[in-house]
Design a protein around this ligand. Sequence first.
Ligand code: AMP
Length: 258
Amino acid sequence: MKVHESVAQWMAASKDSDPRGRGLVPTMGALHEGHGSLIRRCVQENTQSVVTIYVNPTQFENPEDLSSYPDSLQDDIRYLESLGVSDLVLPQYKELYPFDFTIFVDESLDSRVLCGKNRTGHFKGVLSVVMKLINLTQARRVYFGKKDYQQYRLVSKMVEAFFMPTTVVGLETIRDGDGLALSSRNRRLSDEELATARQLNVLLGNEELSTGEVALQLEKLGFRVEYCEQRWSRRFVAAHLGTVRLIDNVEVTSAAED
Ligand code: AMP
């Protein structure tokens, strides 16, 4: 695997290669099997598989969340090598944001609900960085997890709206044996919090309960619920345990919306 420590290095190394067989998996690192599922698929479907690791500051509204984001680059590199990835790109802020965050992409409908309701600039940061990463890699396929369903939906809309020459592939959420969605943030949970976190998907998937009832039960278990809502034929939750923010979503049979 080639490790490109800057956008400039990646540009120099890729300038003569054909982008038509190129796939991209954008990540923020601290990789786990959830990322692994996207990466395996990318390696299978493309002759060149590019992974980016970049903790994008423009999508964080809370400076503590940004500074405490887990970092495990050496382990990540070993993991990516074991999966057969051809290129890892590690962009630098100044290269990705030559004009700082004065020029950006935004969406004004689906980005204002759920994870965008209280974090109003979040998806502006996400969409902007994803557009940059797709453009600078010229990847023809780009892989996203439905664990972050709202993100997947917004990126798909952006690619369609701007006629970007790439296909967005969405893959199902990977969970542990108890159904907890894998997340880099799970590393920051204590054993006790982890046991509580494993109730999140159990309650979310119980369609006999209204979303209000799910929220109430979660609060009783010690979560601070940010939202629990049904839309787009899915049920979504964001809830905090201590300083850790967890999100999850599941498909539902009822088409009702909150
Ligand atoms: P992140 O590093 O959290 O930005 O995630 C990078 C990509 O991996 C995003 O497309 C996520 O949706 C996806 N991802 C993260 N966790 C999971 C999971 N448990 N299952 C499937 N995809 C995931």
